[in-house]
Structures are given as structure tokens and as C-alpha cells.
Write a protein that binds this ligand. Structure first.
Ligand code: COA
Length: 505
């Protein structure tokens, strides 16, 4: 079926044009809100055409850069293409593209890394400046102009409401059975007129299945037929399986203690292979009637839905391997009974996360002995990806779990350190730290008590003596004894401390 038969409103139909013609309507210096979240639902044609236009302008010696706002990370056809032609002046709120990362860390691209639940409201508050253009992928345009979303919702509602000009891509690859899977909430208000978000269970539908869009703002409709480009997952390795094993054992312990119900509480699971391994572990575990209230629906979670272990999954986007993306699209009619996709301001809403009692599980780069977590920076100054939704969930979850292998780069770096070189999640928002070595339950512990548990349970044996030695000397020499630190030594941990502790063994 071609896209044209999916564009039922005659006003929108009259705006059909090529991607190049649509890209020509985006001026240099514009702030552009694009759809897209973890490789799902991003526009497939206009960003590529815009990249060509920018390259041509640069060839003529004309400056041409834009600001790009999205839901989260996208794909090579968007972030990669625009970064390669040096077309990005400012990027927000999250990226994971290698070319973008390189330019941000070289200081040639500005990047605003913000909590994903903040983005829409910051735009409505006027904190981020003016939104000039929206470029949003949809599956269809109905007779009355309502739009059927595709595989991610992200901030699309806000882009369509706030932008002066709207460019729509109608992707005929997206299954029309997606209609009805989405729940677009139109009840947000600006303070002081805000009302409670009336969502009491992960599967509640509080909005409508479509985006609304003022037809007078639509300047172009572009037809596409292209799949989402998601990255493949590697099968869980031994390290991921051990991390998952510790978490599942912890869940059983919490059930025995009466602190979790038998079906657990709604799960949030971050991106990556470890998160996928936890989902794979749940597949074989004793827990039934699971639910997810999360940001992205990954392969492992989709498998839980298919097997019936998970009865409901709420997210803002799917983040599936290429194979799973194809089967998700194929089976949309059946899956929409158990899957709801919402705007990210609702999937990541602090009020809802607190109310539902979410179990949050997110990856990290490193944690320190007191429980502060770095999710975003290498050596304190280079960005990896961004904070994403990890802060939205960690601060407000019933249980906030952070996980990482105990070492990185072939064992040459300890992911448990005396003091993290950048803090995304403070000790106040981190309740459980897990590595393949074990799990540190930090609830109810003072900083000094936490340090002992983190070193003993989570540090790699190669680094445990050095960390213990640091802690012992800090206890001895630190000017304060509440959170003992030796500030002139904390960042010299590697390699001096490892060598010193090894020598003393
Ligand atoms: N020091 C230096 N490099 C480190 C490191 C450390 N302590 N820990 C990890 N790394 C490197 C790895 O070597 C790897 O590098 P490579 O890409 O060159 O191989 C890279 O960081 C990613 O690490 P990996 O072990 O593959 O972890 P991951 O894919 O699970 O990602 C995060 C971990 C922290 C980068 C990822 O979870 C993230 O971006 N989190 C923030 C956003 C978030 O939590 N989103 C979910 C919210 S819903």
C-alpha cells in the first residue's frame, strides 16, 4: 500500500512534496523538533535531504547549522547525517551517535543533556527558546487530520503544538494496525493550573490514540517507506548474566521480606545489553503477571509480553533489534492489547513513577564507594551518551538499582572508584548497586556503612584492596568523618593506588 492512500485529509494531501522540497523549507539557524526515540519513529527522508542542502551551502561558503531537539537518540539517517556535514549547532536532550559524540567532545557542537521528562515542559515554559519547525513521522493521516503515530511518541505532541511550521513524513512501512496502541495525553497544563495526571495503573489510557495538528501549520507532507534502523543486541554474556542473577535473587529476597509483591512492581529497564539480560532472566524466573512502566520496550521485554509473563508494558518507544522491529510491526494488532506507547513527559513523569512504585534498573559508567553514580562522563569531561530518563526514574522509584560490570576496558579500569568524576545520581537517589561480583543494598546505611558494602560486594578483586586502603586512610586522615575523603588522592586512584595496594598485599 502506498503512503498516498494513508493521507486521507485533502488539505494534507495537497501538501505532498519531495523530501528535498520539504528540506528547503527549513531555514539556517532554525530550531527543529524531530520525532525519534532510540532508533524508532525518526523521520527517514527529510533529515538526509537537509544534510545534502547543508553540505551544498557549506560548499558555497555559506554558514548553515540548526538546533535539533528530539525525544532521545535517533539513527545514522538523522543524527549521523546532520553531524557528518557539520550541520548541528545545538543538540538536545540525548544522543548516542558516534559522530555527534566526537564533535561534542571536540567542542565543535553544543549539547544540552537534560532529564527526558523535562523536555516538553521546558519548551512550554519557554526555557529552550523558540521552536521553528517540527519534522514528525506518522503512520497515517485520517480524514479529519488526526495523525496515527509510529513506533515512538517522545515529544511529538509538543513539537506539533509548539512549532510554527510542521513537516510530516508518512511512512508506509509502519503497520496501520498500530492505530490504537498509543495514548496521547492532552491534559497537561502550565503551573499554577496543573492537575494530577490521572494514571493509576501502568495500562491506563488517559488520552487519545492520535496526535492533533493544526492543518494551517503543515507546510509539507513527504511519503516514505523505510524501516526503523535499530542496533542489534549481543546475546547476554557471562558478566550480564551474573548481574541479572544478583538482581533476580534480590527480588526473591524482597518478596520473602514482604517488601515486594509476588508479581513484583512495575519495572523500568534502561537501554543496553545488561538490561536485556535481566529481562531474559525474568523469562525463566518465578515471577508472573509482570508489568512494565518504562521508557523503552526492548527485545527482552517484548519476549516477556509474548510469552505471557508480562501482561502489560507501557513505554514511550520501542528499541528493538532489526528482527524484533519487523515482528513487532507485523504483530501490532495483537500486541496493542498489552502495549501502550505514550509521550515521554508521561512515561517518565515523576508523579506517576512515585505513585506506581516503579523498580528502576539503569546502567552506569561508574559508582563511588558512597553510592554516587556517574552515568554520562568519561574522565569527568567527555560525554558518553547522556542522562536520558535514568534520573526521572532513579529519584522517584520505589527501588532504584544501578548496574555495571565491575571493570571496563579489559579490566584496566575499575567501575567502583573512591569518588566519581562526574555525578548524575547522588547517593540520595541510589539504593542498590550491582556488578557481576555482587549486589550492595544501600538502603538505611550511612556513608561509612555504604562504603564497606560497596567495596566488599561490588568491586573487582583486583581493585578491592586498593579501595579498602583508600577508605582506611580516608577514615584516618580525612578532615571530616561523615563521608571521609582525601581530595588530593581521590582521583589519583588509578594506577597508583592499585600498584600501592598490590605491593602491600
Ligand atoms: N571508564 C571508562 N569507560 C567506561 C567505563 C569506565 N568506568 N565504564 C564503561 N565504559 C565504556 C565501555 O568500555 C564502553 O566503551 P566502548 O563503547 O568503547 O566499548 C562504553 O563505556 C559503554 O559501556 P558498556 O559496558 O557497553 O555499557 P552499556 O552499553 O550498558 O552502557 C551506559 C552503559 C552508562 C553508557 C548507558 O547505560 C547509558 O548511556 N546510560 C545513561 C542513560 C540511561 O540510563 N538511559 C536509560 C534510562 S531509561
Amino acid at each position: 500500500m502506498s503512503s498516498t492512500s494513508r493521507i486521507l485529509d485533502p488539505v494534507f494531501r495537497s501538501k505532498i512534496m519531495s523530501a528535498a522540497e520539504a528540506a528547503a523549507l527549513i531555514p539556517a539557524g532554525a530550531n527543529v523538533g524531530m520525532s525519534g526515540f532510540t532508533g524508532a519513529g525518526y523521520p527517514k527522508a527529510v533529515p538526509l535531504a537537509l544534510a545534502q542542502r547543508i553540505e551544498a551551502a557549506h560548499g558555497r561558503g555559506e554558514p548553515f547549522r540548526i538546533g535539533v531537539w528530539t525525544g532521545a537518540s535517533t539513527a545514522p539517517e538523522l543524527d549521523g547525517a546532520l553531524a557528518k556535514v557539520d550541520g548541528l549547532e545545538m543538540r538536545l536532550p540525548y544522543q548516542s551517535d558516534p559522530t555527534c559524540r566526537k564533535q561534542i567532545n571536540a567542542g565543535t557542537m553544543e549539547y544540552l543533556d537534560i532529564h527526558l521528562s523535562h523536555v516538553a515542559q521546558f519548551v512550554w515554559f519557554g526555557f529552550l527558546g523558540h521552536l521553528d519547525v517540527a519534522v514528525v513521522e506518522v503512520a497515517a493521516i485520517l480524514e479529519d487530520g488526526r495523525l496515527v503515530p509510529t513506533n515512538s511518541v517522545g515529544n511529538n505532541k509538543t513539537w506539533l503544538d509548539q512549532a510554527d511550521k510542521v513537516i510530516l513524513e508518512v511512512n508506509s512501512w509502519a503497520n496501520l494496525d498500530l492505530e490504537g496502541m498509543h495514548d496521547i495525553y492532552y491534559g497537561t497544563r502550565l503551573p499554577p493550573h496543573r492537575m494530577p495526571v490521572p494514571l493509576l495503573a501502568p495500562g491506563d489510557r488517559i488520552g487519545e490514540p492520535y496526535y492533533r495538528c493544526d492543518p494551517s501549520k503543515v507546510v509539507a507532507v513527504v511519503e516514505t517507506d523505510a524501516p526503523d534502523r535499530n542496533t542489534a543486541f549481543t546475546a547476554p554474556d557471562e558478566t550480564s548474566r551474573r548481574i541479572a542473577g544478583h538482581i533476580l535473587e534480590f527480588f526473591s529476597h524482597e518478596i520473602r521480606k514482604g517488601r515486594l509483591p509476588a508479581g513484583l512492581l512495575p519495572l523500568q529497564s534502561g537501554v543496553g545489553n545488561v538490561a536485556n539480560a535481566v529481562m531474559a532472566g525474568l523469562e525463566d524466573g518465578p515471577f508472573d503477571n509482570l508489568a512494565a512502566y518504562t521508557e523503552v520496550l526492548q527485545d527482552g521485554m517484548l519476549q516477556l509480553v509474548r510469552s505471557g509473563k508480562m501482561t502489560l508494558a507501557s513505554a514511550t518507544a520501542v528499541s528493538l533489534s532489526p528482527e524484533a522491529a519487523v515482528t513487532f510491526n507485523r504483530d501490532a494488532a495483537a500486541l496493542k492489547k498489552n502495549v501502550v506507547l505514550r509521550p515521554q513527559e508521561i512515561s517518565n513523569h515523576p508523579e506517576v513513577i512515585r505513585r506506581l512504585g516503579i523498580i528502576a534498573m539503569n546502567g552506569m559508567i561508574e559508582a563511588d564507594i558512597y553510592g554516587n553514580v556517574n552515568s554520562t562522563h568519561i574522565n569527568g569531561s567527555s560525554i558518553m551518551n547522556g542522562i536520558g530518563g535514568s534520573g526521572d526514574f532513579a529519584r522517584n522509584a520505589y527501588l532504584s538499582i544501578f548496574m555495571t560490570p565491575s571493570t571496563a576496558k579489559g579490566g584496566s579500569i575499575s567501575c567502583i572508584v573512591p569518588m566519581v568524576c562526574h555525578v548524575d545520581h547522588t547517593e540520595h537517589d541510589v539504593q542498590v548497586i550491582v556488578t557481576e561480583q555482587g549486589l550492595a543494598d544501600l538502603r538505611g546505611l550511612s556513608p561509612k556503612q555504604r562504603a564497606k558494602v560497596v567495596i566488599e560486594n561490588c568491586a573487582h578483586p583486583d581493585y578491592r584492596p586498593a579501595l579498602s586502603e583508600y577508605f582506611r586512610l580516608a577514615l584516618d586522615r580525612s578532615p571530616g568523618r561523615h563521608t571521609p575523603h582525601l581530595l588530593d588522592e581521590a582521583f589519583r586512584f588509578l594506577p597508583e593506588w592499585k600498584a600501592r595496594a598490590a605491593g602491600g598485599r
